[in-house]
Design a protein around this ligand. Structure first.
Ligand code: GLY
Length: 569
């Protein structure tokens, strides 16, 4: 055999990724919260999903292959939010600057109706939209992943999903935080399921225990072998519908058959010389983020200083005004006219800030009458990916509440979402929290519920600069906003930008929530004297970001709030 032949075969093997089967990926990548890597990187909520994502990059997959692998892996190792029974938004920027997004948000079932969560007296019936089979929208994750992979992936789909199958079968070691979360949800798992799901153990979970999910592995195998039909028809569909019938849920075989994820045009705007790209409705996240950025841009935030009363006040007033617009204007663009361009227009935003007073809080009732439905849960998850070519993916995915409605599809091993709760359950009148929602986000069959998910990709001088996103319900856009300003206005390194304290204002309730110890007491006193109400709380957001350094290397920003980890090579 000639030397040239051997060389050619070796080269072909490298190009097709064949030799990847023989290397040990563990020796090929670095992991840590803030590692720096030369080529590709994945930052996600769990070490197993980040490892699986980077392994796909090492096999020659691109950022979309790695993202799809990470998404399926999260469905196994991060069941509190990772899912195949939920949905999300994925934002893509290819190395040539092309951008795209896929909306794989859940849809209201065809039998859904505007008042389906109201009791006979017309009040929102407690728990119906969160804790029951009726709380689930038609899941979008599998269709989204299959479609985005077929448009952009380079590795075979089966190769991309296989690591998640192996992980489900072999099991993974639960962290201390996961053990705590599983134990605290134990009663819900027991009460709401016909048979005990894998998430319940006789003894309480403790760190280091192994969670194996053979039924989920079999469902993932059906998806591996049949693509979307492995979920939306055949055995999985029958199991979902059977589970629904058991608990008076309304998702039918027809709902599953007609569900489609949708490619949409992302939004973009400049901010101080950077191009910010994010998702368009039915997530309100991009619009809210752009409104806030547009309202603070005329001011010199950097000179005001990080977490001074001046910068916190300004950022709060912008957040307040953006959230005030949310309930009025935002919803599913397939059902209502969403005036996106008008409400992110600079002139409009300048007008929104015309009553800004730099010495006093603007009470929310004076900003706009009415109030906002925002009882969104904070259990969502975000991952960021960059490959060696410079393709980037920012994806945020969720079941809505932690573990969704806690209902595991019997014999299929996956949790269902409770995303229907993100609709305005009773538009026009106060809901059970005393808040009022918008008609734009009312329930209609086949409509997508409004989201706050805000995956973001940032360019500087036409080059990839940053990829980021966060869980956190209504705190998502404000968390992403603050990480952006931490980097651009306050000059922080990505690790510090992600880890430092955050605050949040969402118009109603009229309060600044701030993470414990994030604002100093002098700042808190000054803000109170200006008329702000401040309430301390636990973690806000859980950002997973990647920053591209000036020499092209990638730096991970895996949030300290959780088990988040960056893997890169
Ligand atoms: N369920 C949270 C969100 O979509 O923003």
């Amino acid at each position: 055999m000639s030397r040239y032949f051997i060389l050619t075969v070796l080269l072909a093997a490298i190009l097709t990724g064949c030799i990847s089967k023989s290397f040990n990926p563990k020796s090929k990548f670095a992991e840590g919260r803030n590692i720096v890597a030369d080529s590709g990187m994945v930052v996600s909520a769990h070490p197993e999903s980040s490892k699986i994502g980077v392994t796909i990059l090492l096999k020659g997959g691109n950022a979309v292959d790695a993202a799809v692998a990470t998404e399926f892996a999260l469905a196994v190792c991060y069941p509190v939010a990772g899912n195949i029974g939920g949905g999300g938004f994925m934002l893509i920027r290819l190395a040539d600057g092309t951008t795209d997004m896929i909306d794989y948000r859940e849809k209201a079932p065809l039998l859904a109706s505007r008042d389906m969560y109201l009791d006979p007296s017309g009040n929102v019936a407690g728990g119906l939209s969160t804790d029951t089979h009726l709380a689930s929208g038609v899941p979008g994750t599998v269709d989204g992943m299959v479609n985005v992979h077929s448009k952009y992936g380079v590795l075979p789909f089966r190769e991309v999903i296989q690591p998640a199958i192996d992980l489900a079968r072999k099991g993974f070691s639960v962290s201390a935080g996961q053990a705590r979360d599983l134990n605290s949800n134990r009663e819900n798992f027991i009460k709401r399921n016909a048979s005990l799901p894998r998430f319940v153990k006789v003894e309480p979970w403790k760190a280091g225990d192994t969670l194996r999910q053979p039924e989920l592995a079999m469902t993932l195998e059906r998806i591996r072998d049949k693509g979307r039909d492995g979920f939306y028809s055949g055995l999985t569909a029958r199991l979902i519908v059977k589970e629904m019938k058991r608990g008076n849920g309304i998702i039918s075989e027809q709902d599953l058959a007609v569900y489609t994820a949708k490619f949409r045009d992302p939004l973009s705007r400049d901010y101080r010389g950077y191009k910010i790209i994010s998702v368009s409705p039915p997530s309100g996240g991009g619009v809210i983020l752009f409104q806030i950025l547009g309202m603070v841009e005329p001011f010199n935030l950097g000179r005001m200083g990080f977490h001074t009363w001046q910068s916190v006040h300004l950022m709060t007033e912008a957040e307040r005004r953006a959230f005030a617009d949310r309930s009025q204007y935002l919803g599913d663009p397939d059902f209502i006219e969403v005036p996106v361009n008008e409400i992110i227009d600079r002139g409009y935003l300048n007008k929104r800030m015309s009553n800004y007073n730099n010495e006093a809080a603007s009470p929310s009732e004076l900003i706009k009458p009415g109030s906002l439905v925002d009882n969104m849960s904070e259990e969502t998850t975000h991952y960021s990916v960059v490959d060696r070519m410079g393709n980037a993916v920012a994806s945020t995915t969720t079941l809505n509440g932690g573990y969704g409605n806690s209902i595991v599809v019997d014999s299929a091993g996956f949790l269902m979402n409770n995303q229907m709760d993100d609709f305005s359950l009773k538009p026009g009148t106060p809901n059970m929290y005393g808040l009022t929602g918008g008609e734009a986000n009312s329930i209609q069959p086949g409509k997508r519920m409004l989201s706050s998910m805000t995956p973001v990709i940032i360019e500087k001088d036409n080059r990839l600069f940053m990829v980021a996103g966060s869980p956190g319900g209504s705190t998502i856009p404000t968390s992403v906003f603050q990480v952006i300003t931490n980097v651009i206005d306050f000059g922080m390194d990505i690790g510090q930008a992600v880890d430092t304290g955050r605050f949040h204002h969402q118009w109603q309730p009229d309060v600044i929530n701030y993470e414990t110890n994030s604002l100093d007491s002098a700042t808190v006193s000054k803000l109170k004297s200006m008329g702000h109400r401040l309430v301390e709380r636990s973690a806000i957001g859980r950002v997973n970001a990647i920053l591209v350094l000036s020499d092209g290397r990638k730096k991970g920003g895996a949030d300290r709030r959780g088990d988040n980890i960056s893997c890169g090579y």
